[in-house]
Design a protein around this ligand. Sequence first.
Ligand SMILES: CC(=O)N[C@H]1[C@@H](OP(=O)(O)OP(=O)(O)OC[C@H]2O[C@@H](n3ccc(=O)[nH]c3=O)[C@H](O)[C@@H]2O)O[C@H](CO)[C@@H](O)[C@@H]1O[C@H](C)C(=O)N[C@@H](C)C(=O)N[C@H](CCC(=O)O)C(=O)O
Ligand SMILES: Nc1ncnc2c1ncn2[C@@H]1O[C@H](COP(=O)(O)OP(=O)(O)OP(=O)(O)O)[C@@H](O)[C@H]1O
Length: 503
Amino acid sequence: MQANQLIALLQEHDLYRGTTTALAANTDFTALGYDSRKMTAHGLFVCKGKAFSPDYLKQAIDLGATAYLAEQDYHVAVPGILVSDVRKALSLTAQLFFGFPQNDLFLIGYTGTKGKTTSTYFTHNILNQAFPGQVAMFSTINHVIGTQPQDTFKAHLTTAESFDLFHEMRQAVDNGMKVLVMEVASQAYLVHRVYGLHFDVGIFLNISPDHIGVNEHPTFANYLLCKQQLMLNADRCIINADMDHFDAVYSAAKVSTDPDKIFTYGVDNPQASLSLHTQDATLTDSTFTVTANQPALKSLAATYHVSVPGDFNQGNATAAILASFLAGAHTADMQDGLAHTRVPGRMESLATQHHGTVYIDYAHDWGSMNALLHFLHTQFPDHRITAVLGSTGDKGEDRREGFAKALNAYADQAVLTTDDPGHEDPRAIAQEIDDRIDHDKVTTTYIAKREDAIHHAIAHATNDDLIVLAGKGEDAYQKVNGVNTPYPSDPVVAKHVIATLEA
Ligand SMILES: CC(=O)N[C@H]1[C@@H](OP(=O)(O)OP(=O)(O)OC[C@H]2O[C@@H](n3ccc(=O)[nH]c3=O)[C@H](O)[C@@H]2O)O[C@H](CO)[C@@H](O)[C@@H]1O[C@H](C)C(=O)N[C@@H](C)C(=O)N[C@H](CCC(=O)O)C(=O)O
Ligand SMILES: Nc1ncnc2c1ncn2[C@@H]1O[C@H](COP(=O)(O)OP(=O)(O)OP(=O)(O)O)[C@@H](O)[C@H]1O
């Protein structure tokens, strides 16, 4: 990447503010990075971040940086390229450096407060039926950039930093990937991780108050606005017609997209492009039918089976059906892909002989807990519901009240326990939930150690019980005082308890 190419791109986006000292137009950068510890020779170092220190720039220069990109002059021995917004500039620079890999991918992006990971997995599985070995995925759980074992690895964020995002896209393209399905967190728009990225399909699953706080969004309006950006940056849009704030999201989509390229879906909703209708729901899976209300979509009218329970997952599956259709998949691919998708830690069920059915689910805020308990309560009214849960420390304090609200509405028992307490006392967190519980409806117990809480809930259950282990999915750690303390994970603990009880 040459300095003059980069400056031209930054000028095009009105970000360029000059250089600190003379920089030869033909300076060639063979490395780019924002972490000083990883800088190499002939590199361009990007100075960004809340915790940035000028010492990082000095270290980057020692390791070979020949220039830096920043919002201010750091008065060092190498020239600086100054910009008005370094995060936007980082995204554009990464695109240029990695040769605009997005141009070689059919790009599908999911946003929503809930269901991003599940829908991304559904779509990945469907498209892998249609285009075997050519579908990349960036989810909160895993990234898949190729077909070899080393091409699948754990994610750090829901949406990676722009530099990492475009780097992995480059690798995916070089590995022969043709499609990428990814999660787009509202935070990604807030901090410009996807600045300048255009999606072939953008999907808006739902929105409810979450991620509002000091380190996230200042207000709900800002949260909604950030999520709406996906609609403004997508060729075709898919929107859940049943969600709150539908009109606002649809209006945003219309700003840049013709109505005939905006698709909607909803439950028993003849106004939506696709209407879904529950056919059958069991404790472990469900079947639904789709009716097409637009002639172009009529091939999608069919019956689909999903091996993940939960009515909300039928909505997620329908979004995936539409997205996959726009990517070129056929109905048979969708039926096959959906029937065989398992999402780690999301509505995973374990059947027991004498202790009911155990669900392991990542529900960790009011929206997800409410959707989950509402589904179990309405679908299986003859079963008693016991939830094992805590609430994370150091953030999302309003979740504690939300959990109590959902439990009061739909649960019979709660075993309050530890869930990533951070720097807080897990007992005090549990007490905050308990204080808001209506004890005429829900009986509560506090057991600090999560393993013991799970054992207690399953051991006391009969075959009429549904036990929900909420909040941690497959996490194999508890965040305590800033340290990820090893924890065997809910599925491992639950399987061990069941095996011991039923030996
Ligand atoms: C608020 C936010 O977006 N923070 C992210 C951001 O941090 P930052 O840019 O402020 O950087 P920083 O961590 O303060 O560090 C400063 C800079 O010094 C550099 N450094 C640091 C040490 C050193 O020795 N040398 C060096 O150069 C770092 O590489 C960095 O560039 O950039 C970092 C990577 O460059 C991210 O790891 C970090 O995410 C934090 C960890 C995070 O947890 N963010 C959450 C809020 C988040 O983004 N969540 C969403 C999901 C939310 C949702 O579901 O909607 C997500 O996408 O995961
Ligand atoms: N469409 C939906 N509506 C409401 N709740 C949902 C929906 N889809 C999934 N959930 C619930 O939310 C939990 C998280 O689901 P998933 O991981 O797919 O969402 P996400 O958007 O990636 O979440 P997060 O941003 O918290 O990582 C699930 O375990 C389930 O309880």
